[in-house]
Design a binder for this molecule. Structure first.
Ligand SMILES: [Zn+2]
Length: 398
């Protein structure tokens, strides 16, 4: 099946212009003006493609082609919101590619066997409020209460926060999404496409190291209980443990606070965070355990008190094995080389997985750049990703 690349690039350009920021990039925060304009634009494209459109209670936009068979739908799409100074492809690609794929299939093959839908998910990024996966959580029926601030923004868009429960769907069989990798693995290894194996699980820890604040001039080195020097040794350990385990293990210390934070005082307390990720739950827990035990050793050697608190934990979500095989077959039939890759970033698929089979494809991000105006993928890779998505949807719905 031939995919015409031109409309993909034109539509991506059109979406990127909506909410363009003066310093580069685009910003389409949930329920904002740019967001609403983008939703309208996609709705027009859906109608032009012959799809029946529907906006649900939280503002997810659906375009549907009925199938010959009754039964659950095959859905493709992505999120329409962006981070500040967001790039041209994050989210937008999954919508544009999904729409192009469905449009191509309907034109060349006619009515599908199973209902086929394209969705523009209203929010995934935490783009405006302190909530992410808002759209996909509504689809799974996971939203019980609506924060007053979000409720007010919904009303401004003519959405009734009292009806969020009606956005829940129980009639989706499969959700597939084409997304940019947002990392540098594919680009560095010159691979054109990846079938996502799993979305990694994350643990967020908060570490408090307590020593003793003392005079920086009068306290000899051997009598100190320097919380920051101990914390620094632990931070080094976090990095070396993750490095020694290799990909896809990652561990990051992103926040450090020192007390009393004075140039002439030995630090008495340091608090830092650790973000630990792995595609395998057992491996992630093992990574966490090694960090805990090495930190405990460092603390006891230096006469420091150590407290580690789990702030948040999210289990890894494996992608459906049947869909992984189907993607591999679709890629082979389309003549595209693939590899498998775990996603280090979160995606709607991990939320939707409780309700339906989920699968994802990644195209390379040039230089691994994302969530910035430099976010880019070669036109050739965008087209080849769309081609494999189209083939996969054909195998699923026709
Ligand atoms: Zn995204």
């Amino acid at each position: 099946m031939r995919i015409d690349g031109a409309p993909i690039h034109l539509r991506l350009d059109e979406l990127y212009e909506i909410g363009a920021e003066p310093t580069g990039g685009a910003y389409r925060p949930l329920y904002g003006d740019a967001w609403a304009t983008a939703v309208e634009r996609v709705e027009r494209w859906m109608k032009d493609a012959g799809l029946t459109t529907h906006r649900d209670a939280v503002g997810n936009l659906w375009g549907r082609a009925e199938g010959h068979d009754k039964g659950k739908a095959v859905v493709t799409g992505s999120h329409i919101d962006t981070v500040r100074r967001g790039g041209r492809l994050d989210g937008a690609l999954g919508i544009v590619a999904g729409l192009t794929a469905v449009e191509t299939l309907l034109t060349t093959k006619g009515k599908p066997r199973r209902a086929l839908e394209v969705v523009a998910i209203c929010e995934e990024e935490g783009s405006r409020f302190n909530t992410n996966f808002w759209g996909s959580r509504a689809i799974t029926g996971a939203i019980d209460t609506v924060d007053p601030e979000i409720a007010a923004a919904m009303r401004e868009r003519g959405l009734d926060p009292a009806t969020v429960a009606t956005a829940a769907r129980d009639d989706i069989d499969t959700f597939v999404e084409l997304h940019i990798e947002q990392g540098a693995v594919l680009d560095a290894s010159r691979q054109p496409l990846a079938v996502v194996s799993a979305i990694v699980g994350t643990a967020h820890l908060e570490v408090t190291v307590t020593g003793r604040a003392d005079h920086a001039g009068t306290t000899p080195m051997e009598l100190r209980h320097d919380a920051l020097a101990g914390g620094a040794a632990m931070i080094q350990a976090v990095e070396s443990i993750a490095r020694s385990l290799g990909s896809p293990a990652v561990a990051t210390v992103g926040k450090v606070r020192t007390e009393p934070d004075q140039i002439n005082v030995v630090p008495g307390r340091v608090v830092f965070t650790i973000d630990v990720r792995h595609a395998d739950l057992g491996a992630r827990r093992a990574l966490e355990e090694r960090i805990r035990s090495l930190s405990a050793t460092i603390a006891s050697e230096r006469g420091l008190e150590l407290d580690m608190r789990l702030l948040q934990e999210r289990a890894p979500v494996p992608m459906d094995t049947g869909l992984r095989a189907l993607f591999a077959r679709a890629a082979k039939e389309a003549g595209v080389r693939t590899t498998e890759l775990a996603s280090g970033a979160g995606h709607d698929a991990q939320v939707l997985a409780v309700k339906c089979k989920v699968g994802m494809l990644f195209v390379p991000s040039i230089g691994g750049r994302s969530h910035c105006p430099e976010e880019n993928t070669s036109p050739e890779h965008l087209e080849l990703g769309t081609k494999v998505l189209t083939k996969a949807l054909e195998l699923l719905a026709f």
